[in-house]
Design a protein around this ligand. Structure first.
Ligand SMILES: NS(=O)(=O)c1cccc(NC(=O)NCCCCO)c1
Ligand SMILES: [Zn+2]
Length: 263
């Protein structure tokens, strides 16, 4: 199966997933902010709107290539606004990280990587063509999914993310999961105003690499402490080794343009 080691990492994914090399809207990308192919300010881009009531029931899972927070099916969390014309339903969030603070994020800004990146995954709940996340991924709809990306940087401890980072030791082994104890307030993790972001058409950053994602990557990183970053690096990959870097390198932009909601 695919992973992030030499034997099964991003450079090998094309074998089972040809779109890795032939796709023209693959993710992640390097977000360039100056020069020819740089992100272009679009004054029509509105703030992103999230409605995330605290989750009361969720599973926290180590699937061997990331750790994922998945609320029960009944969750009502929604996303709209920004570049979107439809309402999207929250599906799950997960992280990508490196084994030191100079690498780990999937998107880059002028070549700079952050130590980690948080992905909030949503699917278009107003499409007549699908009515679940899995169907959305398989739908070939260019905007079946919308993923919000937030960079993580090392600084003060993040009290809102502490319930998550404190749980990492409980899902150290790949394939392990725990039911999330109590409520989790995802809204508290995010900056109040979701106004400054980059947005472009891309794909899943892991197999099946489906080109069905409207990406929204926020300019402002979220701070976490060194201890919180270290907690990610103790999560195992199923081969008795820590996941040391579950990020895909940047992909060619091809004819795509990146829009920025800020000057
Ligand atoms: N990393 S990401 O582009 O945000 C993203 C979002 C939603 C799904 C995925 N990838 C997958 O679901 N891959 C299917 C295989 C996972 C099985 O554990 C990646
Ligand atoms: Zn991801």
């Amino acid at each position: 199966p695919w992973g992030y080691s030499k034997e099964n990492g991003p450079a090998t994914w094309h074998k089972d997933c040809p779109i890795a090399n032939t796709g023209v809207r693959q993710s992640p990308i390097d977000l360039i902010t100056t020069g020819q192919t740089c992100a272009k300010y679009d004054s029509n881009l509105k703030p992103v709107i999230v409605s995330y009531p605290a989750f009361s029931e969720a599973t926290f899972l180590n699937n061997g290539h990331s750790v994922q927070f998945q609320p029960s099916a009944g969750n009502l969390s929604e996303l709209s606004g920004g570049p979107l014309t439809k309402k999207y339903k929250f599906e799950q969030f997960h992280f990508h990280w490196g084994n030191n603070d100079s690498e780990g994020s999937e998107h880059r800004v002028n070549g700079k990587m952050y130590p980690a990146e948080l992905h909030l995954v949503h699917w278009n709940s107003e499409s007549p063509n699908f009515s679940s996340f899995q169907e959305a991924v398989g739908s070939n709809d260019p905007h079946a999914l919308c993923v919000l990306g937030f960079f993580l940087k090392v600084g003060a401890e993040n009290a809102s993310l502490k319930p998550i980072t404190d749980l990492l030791s409980k899902v150290k082994n790949a394939g392990s999961s725990v039911s999330f104890p109590g409520k989790f307030d995802l809204k508290a993790v995010l900056p109040e105003t979701l106004t400054d972001y980059y947005t472009y058409d891309g794909s899943l950053t892991t197999p099946p690499l489906a080109e069905c994602v409207k990406w929204i990557v926020f300019k402002e990183p979220i701070e976490v402490s060194t201890a919180q970053m270290e907690a990610f690096r103790a999560v195992d990959d199923g081969h008795g080794k820590p996941i040391t870097g579950n990020y895909r390198p940047p992909c060619p932009l091809h004819t795509r343009t990146v829009a920025a909601s800020f000057k």
